[in-house]
Design a protein around this ligand. Structure first.
Ligand code: TMP
Length: 208
């Protein structure tokens, strides 16, 4: 079975990690080797950067610094974990990837997607996921869900609602630009219905 790189995107509390766990189990039952990972983070070095950006005062970094930290953690992650895992025949399921930087820093913080694309070209060249699922959710519903987690990784959740609404629209626009590579899903459906859509897409595209 050929292996693929699949990413999951969406706002806060959109249910990505649950769906990654479901898909990982589903693929493993079919005999696939699977790596589930996340951004920012995924390697010890990138997790150090994750701590810097996900905790503390929302204003502690300028938007450009914040974006560069995301790209720095991504370089570590791609070179040390994602590429080697793909070469090793593993499916890689990643909770967020560079489309989060386009949405959060490019649109949310107004740096501009073009600027983020320019950095992407330096950092990743034409490396990109084979498929991206975007879970779309009303930010008020999503943020309410994350509050129940009681995590100290709440720096972005503390940003204002306008920021989160901008992200929501950014993800929808980004999905429309490449309809073959993106699947936009209503993140307010129940988890089993969402997984049915995801597993059908993966089966139809890559396994059947
Ligand atoms: P998580 O809560 O989905 O684990 O992601 C951590 C936070 O980092 C989340 O609030 C979104 C933010 N983020 C960015 O702002 N830009 C990025 O490029 C990535 C990968 C995450």
């Amino acid at each position: 079975m050929k292996n693929y790189f699949i990413t999951f995107e969406g706002g806060e509390g959109s249910g990505k990690s649950t769906q990654i766990d479901f898909l990982s189990d589903f693929l493993k039952k079919k005999g696939a080797k699977v790596l589930s990972t996340r951004e920012p983070g995924g390697t010890p070095s990138a997790e150090i950067i994750r701590d810097l950006v996900t905790k503390g005062d929302p204003n502690k970094w300028t938007p450009l610094t914040e974006s560069l930290l995301m790209w720095a953690s991504r370089t570590e992650h791609v070179e040390k974990l994602i590429r080697p895992s793909l070469e090793d025949g593993k499916w890689v399921l990643c909770d967020r990837f560079y489309h989060s930087t386009y949405a959060y820093q490019g649109i949310g913080h107004n740096l501009g997607i073009e600027k983020m694309q320019a950095i992407k070209n330096i950092v990743l060249g034409d490396f990109k996921p084979d498929l991206t699922f975007v879970l779309d959710i009303d930010p008020l519903v999503g943020i309410e869900r994350t509050k129940k987690r009681n995590s100290d990784e709440d720096r972005f959740e503390k940003m204002n609602i306008d920021f989160h609404n901008k992200l929501r629209h950014a993800f929808i626009e980004i999905s429309k630009e490449d309809p073959h590579r993106f699947v936009l899903i209503d993140g307010e459906l129940d988890t089993n219905s969402i997984f049915e859509i995801i597993s059908n897409e993966v089966m139809n595209r890559f396994i059947l």
